[in-house]
Write a protein that binds this ligand. Structure first.
Ligand SMILES: Nc1nc2c(c(=O)[nH]1)N[C@H]1C(S)=C(S)[C@@H](COP(=O)(O)O)O[C@H]1N2
Ligand SMILES: [Mo]
Length: 369
């Protein structure tokens, strides 16, 4: 029999990226994984269809009527739950801002060959479900449990490794984080692409922790070695760097681009005079202390309205005096722990955690239209 080459396990690695030139693979990823439409930042809660999407493999076909979440592995009281069981437990609705750790990846050079996010991988939803912690307590992790593992029903290859999408949290993190077992988003059952029928939401952390299509929760007595936990989602200064795990969301802000856009360049035209500019700012669980708005190198303080919960983005607004000519508008937030967004991003091998100030190019004509 002729030998067959396993094209997945003999993975050639990622191609080099060329600044400004996107490969067809990146464009295909960008078509599957959409970002928020920036003008919907005007809504406290992102309209569900405008929430960003990041799906590594395929959206699995799960039947909500027969789906079971199993608590297994090293739990002393294993059990499983149907969706009806979960809906019969105490219900909580939490507004949470979720952001992809790769947001901004395309804005560093050289960029990592992956989903080429610009700035749009963020959104805020009202997530409904039941708190996870009491269920973990009920399942009784055995003495010596090191990690709780969350596994989705979606399987695929990454870098030659076949795996189900999975992530872990330690018991200490579960005690600390308000993890929610979620079946509804903005008052509606989860859409297939957002994890139907069941996911977790790990508020305050970058999105990779919020496992979609959740099917198993297991207690294990050695550190979890899943691909999505140890081989990616690490801040690395160079490709061989062992790195540091990506966890909480860094302070960040965005503005609603003012005026009207050019279709292709997205450069804005804004009429001269007073312009109201608004946007959002967030920093995981840490409150936002200030937002500054810049026209070139001139910065002014924005007004802040806190979010509707500890994990929901704040709103900011300023009045800008638009004068004829070209302008580079920017915003940068500072959180209550004193972290400020950088104007220039420090390079990361995978482009994770990019929280550089948002820039919007604007042209103001001499005469109003
Ligand atoms: N099972 C599974 N869960 C997953 C993913 C995935 O590919 N598979 N992607 C993660 C990543 S990287 C992000 S940013 C969020 C995105 O959630 P959303 O698509 O609902 O916005 O889901 C996370 N949960
Ligand atoms: Mo992500």
């Amino acid at each position: 029999m002729a030998s067959v080459t396993d094209i997945f396990r003999n993975n050639p690695g990622k191609p080099k990226t060329v600044d400004g030139v996107y490969s067809e693979q990146e464009v295909r990823l960008a078509n599957r994984n959409s970002g928020i439409i920036l003008e919907t930042l005007r809504h406290d809660v992102t309209p569900t269809g405008a929430h960003y999407l990041l799906t590594h493999f395929d959206v699995p076909a799960l039947d909500e009527g027969s789906h079971r979440l199993t608590f297994g592995g090293g739990f002393e009281q294993p059990f499983d739950l149907s969706l009806d069981d979960i809906r019969a437990l105490p219900q909580v609705t939490m507004p949470v801002t979720l952001e992809c750790a790769g947001n901004g990846r395309a804005r560093v050079s050289p960029r990592s060959h992956s989903m080429p996010w610009s700035v749009e991988a963020v959104g805020t939803s009202e997530w409904t479900g039941t708190p996870l912690r009491p269920l973990i307590e009920r399942a009784r992790p055995a003495q010596g449990t090191v990690d709780i593992v969350f596994t989705g029903a979606d399987e695929g290859f990454d870098n030659g490794v076949r795996h189900f999408f999975g992530r872990s949290l330690t018991l200490d993190l579960i005690a600390d984080l308000d993890v929610l077992l979620v079946h509804a988003m903005n008052g509606q059952p989860l859409l297939p692409q957002h994890g139907a029928p069941l996911r977790i939401v790990v508020p305050g952390w970058y999105g990779m922790a919020s496992v979609k299509w959740l099917s198993r929760i297991e207690a294990i007595d050695t550190p979890y070695q899943g691909f999505q936990q140890v081989q990616t989602y690490r801040y690395r200064d160079h490709p061989e760097d062992e790195g540091r795990p990506v966890t909480a969301i860094r302070v960040k802000s965005l503005m609603i681009p003012p005026g009207i856009p050019d279709w292709l360049t997205r450069t804005r035209q804004v009429e001269p005079g007073s312009v109201e500019i608004t946007g959002r700012a967030w920093a995981g669980k840490v409150p936002i202390a200030r937002v500054e708005f810049g026209d070139g190198d001139t910065w002014q303080e924005a007004q802040l309205t806190p979010g509707s919960g500890p994990y929901a983005w704040s709103k900011w607004s300023v009045t800008w005096q638009a004068t004829p000519g070209e302008h580079l508008l920017r915003c940068r937030a500072t959180d209550a722990e004193g972290n400020t967004q950088p104007l220039e991003q420090r390079w990361d091998a995978s482009g994770f955690g990019n929280n550089a100030a948002h820039c919007v190019a604007v042209f103001v004509p001499a005469e109003p239209a």
